[in-house]
Design a protein around this ligand. Structure first.
Ligand code: NDP
Length: 254
């Protein structure tokens, strides 16, 4: 299996679900990153640090930063903590995984809910970590684009694909779908804008996964989804920056 060989990785929303499993598998890899920043908004809570510590080897290269991704000062605090830890090396891989769902329909949705879902799923950590990624891209001594040099990976969903427009009547989810379609556009624009700076950007659909969000009904185990995601990330390059892929590496329409 190909492995992500990034020196440093930051995962948002890492206290449960896909984020937690990303951290677990990265730490358990035969070539773990030197620095894994497992971020969550309530690190001291019952589903925070302690849970991660219980899951991981004591020697895991794990550090905590607590950004609530809708709170800019909290994100800025995390950026400072990560920067000071990494000294001048910058951050290689940012995985924007934190997300919220919403089952609001055309009739039940209200503007406040729409905006709050957008704040988490679209705005999130869009800007603040870019200087750290630029630093990593410059300092990596590597050419081309890859997750080991510098990359932003946005965890998206097929439900946000305008091209597919899947199952609207069964799962209208207006705020969630619209926010993920917007996040997809952000990914596409970032890929164009950051290419020259040596930063890869891509969107990834994890499949329908058994987590709190995906529910027990989902067909895919989180271990399986994340193994696929990490294999896909390891394979990304200049040619696949700016694409929307699923956990098996299949290309999806935006
Ligand atoms: P979960 O609901 O299990 O976990 C969501 C994570 O996001 C939690 O760690 C949660 O933290 C965190 N989070 C939410 N809001 C914020 C915030 N404001 N600041 C910081 N962290 C926040 O979801 P999944 O693991 O299933 O989903 C992860 C990603 O995968 C999401 O982006 C989702 O849209 C996407 N996805 C999931 C699918 C699935 O079937 N599961 C399918 C397609 C896409 P807290 O515990 O503090 O709430």
């Amino acid at each position: 299996m190909m492995a992500v060989l990034a020196r440093s990785v930051l995962v948002t929303g890492s206290n449960r679900g896909i984020g937690l499993e990303l951290v677990r598998q990265l730490a358990a890899s035969p070539w773990p990153p030197h620095h894994i920043f497992a971020t969550c908004r309530h690190p001291e809570g019952p589903r925070g640090k302690r849970r991660l510590h219980d899951l991981l080897e004591p020697s895991s290269p794990l550090l905590f930063a607590p950004p609530d991704t809708v709170n800019v000062p909290s994100i800025q605090g995390a950026v400072r903590a990560v920067d000071s830890h990494l000294k001048d090396q910058g951050l290689n891989l940012l995985i924007n995984n934190a997300g919220v769902s919403s089952h609001a329909t055309l009739h039940s949705l209200d503007s406040q809910e729409m905006l709050s879902v957008f704040a988490t799923n679209v705005v999130g950590t869009l800007q603040e970590f870019l200087p750290l990624l630029e630093k990593a891209a410059k300092g990596a001594g590597k050419e081309g684009l890859s997750c080991s040099r510098a990359a932003v990976i946005n965890v998206s969903t097929k439900l946000g694909s305008i091209g597919l427009c899947l199952g609207v009547l069964q799962a209208p989810m207006y705020p969630y779908r619209a926010s993920k379609a917007a996040q997809n556009m952000v990914t596409r624009c970032l890929a164009v804008e950051l290419q020259e700076k040596g930063i890869l950007c891509a969107a990834i659909h994890p499949g329908w996964v058994k987590t709190d969000m995906g529910t027990e009904e989902a067909p895919l185990m989180v271990e399986h989804s994340v193994r696929g995601i990490l294999t896909v990330l390891a394979s990304l390059s200049q040619d696949t920056s700016g694409t929307f892929l699923d956990w098996e590496g299949n290309s999806l329409p935006w």
